[in-house]
Design a protein around this ligand. Sequence first.
Ligand SMILES: CCCCCC/C=C/CC(=O)SCCNC(=O)CCNC(=O)[C@H](O)C(C)(C)COP(=O)(O)OP(=O)(O)OC[C@H]1O[C@@H](n2cnc3c(N)ncnc32)[C@H](O)[C@@H]1OP(=O)(O)O
Length: 648
Amino acid sequence: MAEYLRLPHSLALIRIRNPPVNAISPAVLYGIKEGLQKAVSDHTVKAIVISGADGKFCAGVDIHVFSTPWSSDTGLGDLVDEMQRNKKPVVAAIEGMALGGGLELALGSHYRIAHVQTETGFPEVTLGILPGARGTQLLPRLIGIPAALDLITSGRCILAGEAFKLGILDKVVNSDPLEKGIKFARTILDQPLECRRIMNKTVPNVPNMDAIFSEVFAKVRKQYPGYIAPETCIRAVQASVKHPYEVGIKEEKELAVYLVESGQARALQYAFFAERNANKWSTPSGVSWKTASVRPISLVGVLGKHVGEFLDSPHLHMVRAAIYLVPSGVKFCGKHIAVLAPLILIQVHELFILCVRTGDGNFFFFFFVVLGPELRTYTLSHSTSSQLIEMENILVPRGWGEVVSTFLTISNNGTMNIHVQVLCRHTVFSSLRDSIYVIYIRNFRVSDLAGLDVGWKGRKGQGLTGPALPPGTPARKRGNIRYCPIPDILCESGRFGQKTGKGWYQYDKPLGRIHKPDPWLSKFLSQYRETYHIEPRVISQDEILERCLYALINEAFRILGEGIAASPEHIDVIYLHGYGWPRYRGGPMFYASTVGLSTILEKLQKYYRQNPDIPQLEPSNYLKKLAAHGNPPLKEWQRLAGTPSSKL
Ligand SMILES: CCCCCC/C=C/CC(=O)SCCNC(=O)CCNC(=O)[C@H](O)C(C)(C)COP(=O)(O)OP(=O)(O)OC[C@H]1O[C@@H](n2cnc3c(N)ncnc32)[C@H](O)[C@@H]1OP(=O)(O)O
């Protein structure tokens, strides 16, 4: 999987070939090593060029292998060192991408020449690992600590121009880099190599090194709360300053193994493939992303409270000429969805819904919840537009309501039911504040943001509350099902959420953003409990978490079992992109697979016995079917439990 070619003018070429992205598998690694040995032992070879087939240098180590023992001892780092120490010059001719282990191969080379469109970087942190084949030791030596820390902790990929400015690349070319690399190699056959070996360099000193590290630690803790990889990356980079190369690489390896074996790495790598699988949806009638075509837009509506804030964005100038943006649900005409991209991708901190009507009369809804930089925008739509605006697209039947609203309702009911019973409201929040459960706190924030009156109106329409409710209906029952009237009561008290300055929280002002717990709500809850003779009790953290999360997971199994979601991965991608589910937990379905299906089933059975009027706690048949197989891997679920007729 790496070809060796003898070229004229005393040159040899090693070409990585492993479609689609020339990732480094054991076979690729073996091929490169073998090529290097051949070139070294051939006395007629004076320089070596390394490149990738099909216009791609290398996208790094094959992510599939991180679930195999090979990943703990790939030998890639040793190969990188062997390349650096080589007595014959090695020139990396880079095209397409040099990412992760691909960039490490390039750093192992003595010279790096890249096409101007090449993307390079260390995205490992996004996969829960670190550049463990010398990347954390070589990059700081080459470009200095601040720039190396930035690239390694962010996982940001940069274009060749920037990489050249940083000193990663020696040359950027507009034409075929392989041709240029070969030409260049002929000119350096007898040049001394000592100064080209990055391992021999010392990290450029800066006076305030300690302060730089402290700042970056603080930054990543704030930016990526709960994630272990960013901080571990910093520790590995720190080793490049503290220790000589030989010691630094040992520390890098220890830290890399720790991350590779972590649950977070497994979850993040699962998420990487889940997103790619989810994008490959197709309907039973054969419609797929690939067959979709761009459609012109005839009408665009933006519904939201603070849409006017967009007007401050510099990006908006680009779109103002083409479309007219009017706050609060007023329709305006647009030309093409592509025009909308800059509008949508700007940073906002509000919830809004964008509705687009295409020329052929179809409507697409984009539902955005943007609570801050850590929670990304998302969309549920099979519109081609989401490709243009680079968002995840998930196919769901009958509009987006089925999946999105059901999940929201389940999450809200779970938390509300506990809220009412629990002795101290603070316990719910402090329990839920822990990593994954933070999502439940967001539910209340999201509800406040969306406006509590929205759901209220819906419930009135369904006859669950308001004038249509038959007289004599018990406040906390609808039929045999437990009903929580609290959101209705909040609305009856004029608490519509953020827009009225109070809802589940209180805000600094109507439409204000600064929220804090409202003593009014605590007082209200005590009165409520007294009125309905609800005995407050201490509910353990475990019970709070399990009742909230497992009910949600149960619902996900129901949706899967009814053919509403195409696969567990689709559900996880919705959660990752739609609800701010921590990526390092992979999504609710992945999380279920790590907890164990029989554990989830047993707990649900227990809680359902205790709360028979909460139907969300009744284990779904699909979960029962799957749990009967033990804890099968997620990939096997649909085969084992059967694939229901698709509703897509
Ligand atoms: C002691 C421990 C030692 C540690 C050893 C050293 C550590 C090295 C670490 C690494 O190198 S980890 C890998 C780092 N590389 C990446 O994270 C790159 C990930 N890939 C991407 O960002 C993108 O895929 C891309 C390369 C920029 C291409 O993007 P594009 O949008 O063009 O296409 P995709 O649909 O994303 O990908 C196409 C196809 O390729 C598969 N793929 C991509 N990268 C890898 C990879 N590194 N390994 C395996 N497969 C990869 C991707 O899954 C798609 O295939 P699919 O069949 O459609 O899923």
